[in-house]
Design a protein around this ligand. Structure first.
Ligand SMILES: NC(=O)c1ccc[n+]([C@@H]2O[C@H](COP(=O)([O-])OP(=O)(O)OC[C@H]3O[C@@H](n4cnc5c(N)ncnc54)[C@H](O)[C@@H]3O)[C@@H](O)[C@H]2O)c1
Ligand SMILES: O=C[C@H](O)CS(=O)(=O)O
Length: 476
């Protein structure tokens, strides 16, 4: 059993405030680690140290040095990928095959960040385009903001943390990293990995605290000009209300839709949508929650979809063959079971699944739903999916857009004109044609409209949000 603690200015705070929290394997209940929690005083100390490290080191560190550190971090992660995958499987209950996929993406984020750290160039402004601008020169530089507060969720503990930390460092900032309480072990290992990669002490301060401590201390702090948050809408709203006059990036939730038209390759859509709904037990912000299927293929799609879902191997995340594991804790599983029962009471049909044992909620497909049922309207963040028939393209678009969320959608069709027409009509941060809402790679702008978020991640775009534009003009 590991003992882990905050790492501030390179030093582990194992004696910290005295308060401790256990990290348990959501599948077996075994103790994975004991975490020493930082209190508000330690958070304050970490912020002051990050401020000084920015002023004294990171602000002036040349781009080639930042690039080398990020590249070295990617190499170290490659070397330690099995160790990280096992820890994520244990602390998050994520099947090993999915944990490995997360590490593979994390390595790429570090590589992209290393490359892009050499290209935060800014631009030259054509000053003579304006009257009075003759004999003037103007340039826009991209400058780091200072201390970035990075608050992350449990579901992709490495990948989503690196989507904040790596671009922040690439742009020359320092970071206060506040990971989720459920998954702090991979965060602790990541902080150590950066130290081994040569990142100066204090450039990445890991603060293992409760959300409450982060909310009262980090979020409103005058020396933290930027908060980048990934998590629930509920917490996102609190942060937005308390951050005051600072910049915030918010990657929030969704009840992601997918539309399958009659001309789609049904087997391919089935295959992709099984993973989209049930990968990591649906605890993915872009999990397929609403699948709209055109009437002519509805019965065939549903039959094949149920068959494919029932073929998943359910079990221990640490076993190689496991496709589907537990939810993060029993409360999460109980909540979703209640939602399923409520839908059933309101007339829905549970085609498969619906049962729960402890943290294990079985993959659940629900039909005959109405649009105001919780399972359709609210973010489930669980292994449930609704399958809903539609007649026309207009109806599919209207139903899809009928949500407070707008993160990513999938559209399956062989008709290229319809594909682009529908993609244009959807109120989403991103649309995939012939892939599902869950597909993401780490170099395109990713984020939501409506209540799914503010701003964008994806290394280049996160770097833009973690730098200020500074104009410098000259009269010649
Ligand atoms: N859009 C995206 O990219 C994306 C990605 C992953 C997860 N999510 C969303 O995250 C949610 C699930 O993750 P979760 O359960 O870890 O989310 P959560 O909102 O409960 O917690 C996220 C983080 O916020 C911290 N926190 C809690 N209260 C806080 C407060 N008052 N002030 C500051 N920080 C606080 C937590 O300690 C944790 O580190 C889902 O809604 C999911 O859709 C979104
Ligand atoms: O949970 C939502 C995340 O954005 C998924 S991913 O890590 O980006 O694939």
């Amino acid at each position: 059993m590991m003992k882990i603690a905050s790492i501030i200015n390179g030093a582990e705070r194992i004696d910290g405030s005295g308060e401790k929290m256990e990290v348990r394997n959501p599948y077996s209940g075994e103790l994975v680690a004991e975490m020493f929690l930082a209190d508000e005083k330690e958070m304050e100390e970490a912020i002051e140290n990050s401020r000084q490290t920015f002023q004294q080191k990171m602000k002036t560190m040349p781009a080639h040095e930042r690039a080398d550190i990020l590249l070295r971090a990617s190499e170290l992660l490659e070397e330690k990928k099995e160790e990280f995958a096992e820890i994520i499987a244990m602390e998050a209950g994520k099947p090993l095959k999915h944990s490995r996929a997360e590490i593979m993406r994390s390595i790429q984020i570090l590589r992209f960040s290393s490359e892009l750290s050499k290209h935060t160039a800014g631009e030259v402004v054509p000053m003579d385009a304006a009257l009075r601008g003759d004999n003037r020169m103007g340039m826009v530089k991209r400058v780091p903001m200072g201390v970035i507060g990075a608050i992350t969720p449990f579901n992709f503990p490495l990948n989503l943390s690196l989507h904040k930390i790596a671009p922040a460092i690439a742009a020359g900032n320092t970071v206060i990293f506040k990971p989720a309480e459920k998954t702090p072990v991979s965060a602790y290992m990541l902080a150590k990995l950066f130290k081994d990669a040569g990142l100066p002490d204090g450039a990445l301060n890991l603060v293992l605290s409760t959300g409450k401590t982060a909310g009262t201390t980090l979020v409103p702090h005058k020396d933290v000009p930027k908060i980048t948050f990934t998590g629930s809408l509920t917490v996102g709203k609190i942060i937005r209300d308390t951050a005051g006059f600072k910049k915030v990036t918010m990657e929030l939730g969704s009840n992601s839709p997918n539309i399958v038209f009659e001309d789609a390759d049904i087997d391919d859509a089935v295959d992709r949508l099984v993973n989209a709904a049930f990968g990591y037990s649906g605890q993915v912000c872009v999990s397929a929650q609403r699948i709209y299927v055109q009437q002519g293929i509805y019965d065939e799609f549903l039959k094949k979809y149920i068959e494919a879902t029932n073929q998943m191997k359910i079990g221990d995340p640490l076993e190689e063959e496991t496709d589907f594991g537990p939810m993060i804790d029993e409360n999460a599983a109980k909540r979703i079971q209640e939602w399923v029962e409520e839908a059933r009471d309101q007339g829905a049909t549970v085609e498969t699944g619906g049962e729960r044992k402890g943290t294990m909620m079985h993959p659940t497909i629900i039909t005959n739903v109405k649009k105001d049922m919780k399972v359709v309207r609210e973010e489930a963040f669980a292994p449930i999916v609704t399958v809903i028939p539609f007649k026309t393209e207009e109806e599919a678009v209207e139903n899809t857009n009928d949500s407070i969320y707008g993160l990513q959608a999938g559209v399956f069709t062989k008709d290229i004109s319809r594909a682009y027409r529908v993609a244009d009509s959807l109120e989403m941060g991103g649309v995939w044609i012939n892939d599902s809402s869950v597909y993401r790679q780490d170099n395109y702008p990713y984020g939501g409209v409506k209540l799914s978020g503010l701003g964008r991640e994806g290394v280049k775009y996160a770097m833009e949000e973690m730098t200020e534009m500074k104009f410098i003009g000259a009269r010649l």
